[in-house]
Design a protein around this ligand. Structure first.
Ligand code: LLP
Length: 386
C-alpha cells in the first residue's frame, strides 16, 4: 500500500497535511448510491461535521447526497460548495438566532428541533419573515450504542433530543403554531457503531413510536435515523469501503416504514473516514530509557482523536522498508496526551521519513486547532498530486 502515496510529489507540500484519496472517496460514494438505490424512499445526507474541506465537499456534492449541518457555519460551507439548500437538514441543541434565520432564508429542508424553547424561537423568527419552517423533533430513543462513552448520544441522560414521553406533547404544541410545520422525527444513537444489533434496537424503538402516533392519527412523513456506521480503523486497506449493504439492509428489514414515509440517514465517518490520511514527517528519533520515540511534526492539534478518545489509528512509515522496530509515536505539543500510538511497530524510522496516520478523513482536519499557535493543517485531494 505504500506505493499508494505519491511520495515523490509530497516534497512540494508542507507537512503535516491531510491527503484525501479521491478514488476511495468516489468508490465509497458510488457504493452508497448503488446500495440506496435498492430501496424506495431512502435518502442519504452527508454529516458535514465529519469533514468540511471544500474540495472534499465538492466531490460529495457531485455524488448527489444531501447534507446534515449542525451550525450556521456548516450551512454556509455547504451552500458555498453548491449543495442545494432544499437538501439541508439542520440539527443542534443550541441554535443561535442568526443560524435559524440563515436556515429560514435558505428555505432548508428541515430543522431538527431539540427542545420546546427552541421550537418557540423558530416559530417567532419564521413569523417575522412571513415563513413556515419545516421541523422534525429529535427524540431521545434511550438506546445505548456499544461505542466510546464520549460519542454515545441516544441515552436518556445525554443532553440531546426530547424525551420519548414528551413526543406527543411537542407535536401538539407544534400543531398549534402558525409558522412551523411538523414533518418528521429524528434520532441518532451514537457514532462508530459496528454492531448492526444497535441499529436494530433503534428500529424497534422507532416502530413502537410510529405505532403510537398512528394510534393517535398523527402522520409523520420523514423519519431520520441519524448516522453512526463505523469504519475498520485496524485494517484501512483491507476494508476501505464500510459495509453499507448490511447497514441499509438492517433498516430495510427492521424498520416498518409506511408507504408515504421517507427514511433519511446522516452519515459522516463512513463516507469520508477511510479516504483520508494525516501525512507527517519525523523530526527526531529519541532514545528513552526503555523505549524509543518517533517525534513527528504533526500533533494533537492536527488530529485530536487519539488524545481525546484514546482512538486507534493505524500508523505506517511510508518512506521505508527497513526491518520493523517499536516506537511510541508522539507529536510536538506541550501536553503528555499528545501521543498517536504507544509501542507501534514501524519499518525503522529516521529523521525526514513520511508517516501516514490512516483512517483520518473523518473528524480529523475539521477538529484541528491552533493551540501552541500552530498553523492549521491543509488538505489535498490525491488528484492534485498527478
Ligand atoms: N447525526 C447526528 C445527529 C450526529 O450527532 C452525528 C455525529 C452524525 C449524524 C454523524 O455520525 P457518524 O455517521 O459520523 O457516526 N468527533 C467524534 C465523533 C462525533 C460524532 C458526533 N455526531 C469522533 O472523532 O469519533
Amino acid at each position: 500500500m505504500k506505493g499508494h502515496f505519491p511520495l515523490d510529489k509530497f516534497g512540494a507540500v508542507r507537512t503535516p497535511f491531510y491527503y484525501y484519496d479521491t478514488e476511495v472517496l468516489r468508490k465509497t460514494l458510488e457504493t452508497i448510491r448503488a446500495e440506496v438505490a435498492r430501496y424506495e424512499n431512502f435518502v442519504v445526507h452527508y454529516a458535514v461535521k465529519a469533514n468540511a474541506n471544500p474540495k472534499v465537499l465538492t466531490v460529495i456534492r457531485e455524488s448527489g447526497l444531501g447534507v446534515d449541518c449542525v451550525s450556521g457555519g456548516e450551512i454556509q460551507a455547504t451552500v458555498k460548495a453548491g449543495f442545494p439548500t432544499g437538501k439541508i437538514v439542520y440539527a443542534g441543541v443550541g441554535k443561535a438566532d442568526w443560524e435559524i434565520e440563515l436556515g429560514l432564508d435558505y428555505n432548508i429542508f428541515c430543522f431538527n428541533v431539540e427542545s420546546i424553547p427552541e421550537l418557540e424561537v423558530i416559530n417567532e423568527l419564521a413569523a417575522a419573515k412571513g415563513k413556515v419552517a419545516r421541523v422534525a423533533f429529535r427524540i431521545n430513543p434511550n438506546v445505548g450504542a456499544h461505542t466510546h462513552a464520549n460519542i454515545t448520544t441516544g441515552l436518556a441522560e445525554n443532553k440531546f433530543g426530547i424525551s420519548m414521553n414528551d413526543m406527543e406533547k411537542v407535536i401538539e404544541i407544534a400543531a398549534s403554531m402558525e409558522h412551523v410545520e411538523f414533518v418528521g422525527l429524528h434520532f441518532h444513537i451514537g457514532s462508530q457503531i459496528l454492531d448492526m444489533g444497535d441499529f436494530v434496537a433503534l428500529c424497534n424503538r422507532v416502530n413502537e413510536l410510529l405505532d403510537k402516533l398512528e394510534a393517535h392519527r398523527i402522520r409523520v412523513s420523514h423519519i431520520n435515523v441519524g448516522g453512526g456506521l463505523g469504519i475498520d480503523y485496524q485494517h484501512p486497506n483491507r476494508q476501505p469501503i464500510p459495509d453499507f449493504a448490511s447497514y441499509f439492509k438492517t433498516y430495510a428489514d427492521h424498520l416498518k416504514l409506511r408507504s408515504y414515509q421517507t427514511l433519511h440517514f446522516e452519515l459522516g465517518r463512513s463516507v469520508v473516514g477511510q479516504c483520508g490520511s494525516l501525512i507527517s514527517r519525523v523530526l527526531y528519533v529519541k532514545q528513552g530509557t526503555n523505549k524509543q520515540f518517533a517525534i513527528l511534526d504533526a500533533g494533537m492539534t492536527d488530529l485530536i482523536r487519539p488524545a481525546l478518545y484514546q482512538a486507534y489509528h493505524k500508523i505506517e512509515n511510508i518512506s521505508s522498508d527497513a526491518p520493523v522496530q517499536t516506537y511510541d509515536v508522539v507529536g510536538p505539543i506541550c501536553e503528555s496526551s499528545d501521543v498517536f500510538g504507544k509501542a507501534v511497530d514501524l519499518n525503522a524510522v529516521k529523521r525526514g521519513d513520511y508517516l501516514a496516520i490512516r483512517s483520518a478523513g473523518a473528524y480529523g482536519e475539521i477538529m484541528a486547532s491552533r493551540y501552541n499557535c500552530r498553523e492549521l493543517p491543509q488538505g489535498y485531494l490525491s488528484d492534485e498530486f498527478v
